[in-house]
Design a protein around this ligand. Structure first.
Ligand SMILES: NC(=O)c1ccc[n+]([C@@H]2O[C@H](COP(=O)([O-])OP(=O)(O)OC[C@H]3O[C@@H](n4cnc5c(N)ncnc54)[C@H](O)[C@@H]3O)[C@@H](O)[C@H]2O)c1
Length: 377
């Protein structure tokens, strides 16, 4: 059945791909996006694809949201501030946009007539904090454990790996499931968890269906090259083009689960198209951990750069060490398995980067902001 979608944050990285897929599939799309200068650059102009209605407005404005709801049956809520490190000192702003914005959306849905029957939330693997680990010290079979976020003291001592919360022994990362413990390590993560609760409680109370999609590290064509606060591959691609060094936090062995943006957009669209009322909470990742040092080297190779990434032993408070997804629910509920490998996705990303103007590099500025506040060591 054709849907009438409102995509908040639809001019952004994931939203643009989703918009294209949704239009190709014959759905109608309206975008609400404020074209945040941090993401789109100053004086940004957005050229909406043909047939797509673009409303420039803010998720924190009642008037702007109300102006977008007519005729909508499905909301995909992507608009958010997304920088983990930045969230640790722009706390009120992150809560205003991510949490109050979502609360306002539900306040309107609760108090105004509308035809919305489903809300899909872009959540994040960050809600798990460290996610799931196995302890072979407690149990030779491997006991499932959920270490607390690493403390500033632990990070300052360069003890990078989390330890077993039961025996303090070594643990190894395993795939995190949706029903595993939730322990946000950053303000951004806490705001995403608050969004999840608002969507779950709000939709249940108002009789709407919902899906909560916990994205892993999304990469690919179209990720903002202006934003120094998120998107390691975009940030590093700029530094490579400018011939700048690639500093890697900790010892480079920290891992992330990289998933290509097209796979993510397809998963979101599937969940929007799904007729079942509640699609539940699903991880969206490849299900593979890749060390940051390895991904930086692969990027250099893909961009034919002689730069050798180097570890700095620096760290950011709020960063997690490892996390990768168990994607069983995604495969079972949406019958969808992400298909674009890291290597194939990097090739596409690098071709796109080469077609873009070279932006300025603001990584040093972003790191200086953290250092000033003792959020980076
Ligand atoms: N990219 C990732 O790796 C990743 C991982 C986990 C979760 N997510 C989530 O996915 C969603 C989309 O992320 P993205 O990578 O496309 O980010 P993005 O920054 O490219 O897009 C976000 C869009 O939201 C808009 N926006 C920001 N503040 C707004 C406001 N106050 N009102 C209206 N619009 C606003 C921005 O202008 C931008 O176009 C976010 O909710 C993010 O938390 C992304």
């Amino acid at each position: 059945m054709k849907k009438n979608l409102l995509i908040t944050g639809g001019a952004g990285f994931i939203g643009s791909h989703l918009t294209n897929f949704a239009r190709e599939a014959g759905h109608s799309v309206r975008i609400l996006d404020n074209l945040s200068p941090q993401i789109h650059g100053a004086d940004a102009v957005f050229h909406a694809p043909e047939g797509v209605e673009f409303v420039r407005g803010d998720i924190t404005s009642r008037d702007n949201i109300e102006a977008c709801l007519e005729g909508i049956d499905t909301i995909v809520h992507l608009a958010a501030e997304t920088g983990t490190g930045q969230s640790m000192y722009q706390i009120q702003h992150y809560y205003d946009v991510n949490v109050q914005g979502t609360a306002l959306l539900f306040d309107i849905l609760a108090n105004q007539p509308h035809g919305v029957s489903k809300v899909i939330l872009a959540s994040s693997r960050s809600v798990y904090g460290e996610g799931a680990y196995l302890c072979h010290n407690c149990d030779t079979e491997g006991a499932r454990r959920f270490p607390s976020p690493r403390s500033p003291k632990q990070l300052a001592a360069h003890v990078w790996e989390p330890v077993c919360p039961v025996c303090n022994g070594p643990v190894s990362a395993t795939a995190t499931r949706e029903d595993d413990g939730l322990a946000p390590a950053s303000i951004y993560a806490a705001s995403k968890l608050a969004q999840e609760d608002l969507v779950k409680v709000g939709c249940t109370a108002l009789g709407m269906g919902y899906a909560i999609l916990r994205f892993q590290n999304v990469f690919g064509e179209g990720q903002s090259l202006n934003n120094p606060y998120t998107g390691i591959l975009s940030i590093f691609s700029t530094r490579i083009r400018l011939g700048l060094p690639l500093p890697i936090f900790e010892d480079g062995a920290e891992t992330r689960d990289f998933v290509h943006v097209e796979d993510v957009a397809k998963a979101v669209l599937r969940s929007a198209e799904q007729e079942s009322f509640v699609s539940g909470t699903m991880n969206v990742g490849m299900g593979n951990p890749t060390p940051i040092m390895e991904v930086a080297r692969l990027l250099c190779q893909s961009m034919d750069s002689p730069i050798e990434p180097h570890v700095t032993a620096q760290y950011r408070v709020g960063d997690i060490r490892h996390n990768y997804a168990d994607i069983g629910n995604l495969e079972k509920n949406l019958l969808f398995t992400p298909a674009i490998s890291l290597e194939a996705g990097l090739k596409r990303f690098c071709e796109w980067v080469a077609s873009q103007p070279i932006p300025q590099d603001y990584l040093d500025k972003a790191n200086a902001e953290l250092k000033e506040r003792n959020l980076m060591g």
